[in-house]
Design a protein around this ligand. Structure first.
Ligand code: HEM
Length: 274
């Protein structure tokens, strides 16, 4: 009897720790992505509306290409969707918003899923027709990210329509993680450069190298797979597993907070000022 009380207490403390760790992770991600959305609107939105399309090339060498009307349209769609989904994504996962404003949840969900398809398809055209920084390897990794996004978006809708809301929610979390891949990549890249005080393991001109391949894998592929660790930790009766996942989440949160701050100061604010 006594040992079962102790194990119940350990279980509830471990569950609380897991909850705090995931909330901390989410808060840091929401703040970081909000700054990224401001950067996208401030750089691409403002200059696009002003007709100053050359400014799109400040951070993206293939943003605006003279005489490539369709390519420029795809890039414009990609940027508009990037701003919309970066703000709309976190709102979809907030329990209070879902419970209080179910109609908004359904509307925003439709926008988010359409955005997932549009951004991936426009991104695939840009990567394979125009080419991108990072060459063939970069294009292959970002395409893997697009495939993950399209797959997760498909299953998110499928289970919403089938009213299997638990499964729907798990796919929606995976979709959010896949959609956050490009943001994770920028954040972890800046963290890597700050840790080594320079471009270790990558060539800055060709934008290729083993460090980038590791960062691509960690940003585009691992988050969707790591989601399973969290789902299992939530379900398990073993407190030690919950604690292990919480510690891992706290560690990730710290890395994301630092990487996000470095990306804001070193990449996004200078991009806006250029
Ligand atoms: C899902 C969320 C995504 C967001 C929020 C996003 C955001 C962005 C942003 C902001 C840029 C401009 C570069 C910069 O200022 O940092 C960009 C460029 C680009 N994106 Fe995305 N993107 C996403 C997904 C994708 C996907 C799935 C693909 C490919 C399949 C893709 C392919 C590209 C390409 C090719 C460029 C141009 C890069 C260059 O000029 O070298 N993006 N994206």
């Amino acid at each position: 009897m006594e040992s079962s009380t102790i194990s119940n207490k350990a279980h509830s403390k471990a569950s609380k720790l897991l909850r705090i760790s995931v909330i901390s992770w989410f808060v840091v991600v929401v703040i970081g992505q909000f700054i990224f959305a401001l950067y996208i609107m401030g750089l691409y939105g403002v200059s696009g509306l002003a007709g100053d399309f050359e400014r799109w090339n400040t951070a993206s060498p293939h943003g605006y290409v003279v005489n490539d009307v369709w390519g420029n349209i795809f890039f414009g769609i990609h940027m508009a969707m990037a701003a919309i989904i970066t703000i709309g994504g976190p709102l979809q996962l907030m329990k209070k918003i879902r419970a209080r404003f179910p109609r908004f949840h359904r509307f925003n969900g439709r926008v988010y899923i359409s955005g997932a398809f549009l951004i991936s398809l426009a991104g695939l055209c840009l990567a394979w027709v125009r080419g991108m920084v990072g060459g063939l390897t970069g294009a292959l990794f970002i395409s893997a990210n697009a495939v993950f996004i399209l797959g997760c978006a498909f299953f998110t809708i499928k289970y919403a329509l089938a009213r299997k809301l638990d499964v729907h929610r798990r796919w929606a979390i995976r979709l959010f993680l896949a959609m956050s891949g490009v943001w994770f990549f920028r954040v972890f890249l800046m963290l890597w450069l700050a840790l080594w005080q320079g471009p270790v393991g990558l060539d800055i001109d060709s934008f290729e190298g083993p460090a980038l391949n590791m960062l691509y894998t960690f940003s585009y592929i691992c988050p969707v797979l790591f989601a399973g660790l969290y789902f299992n930790a939530k379900k398990t009766k073993l407190p030690i597993r919950k604690i292990a996942v919480s510690v891992f989440l706290f560690f990730l949160t710290m890395c994301i907070a630092v990487g996000s701050a470095v990306a804001t100061m070193g990449m996004w604010i200078p991009g806006l000022k250029a």
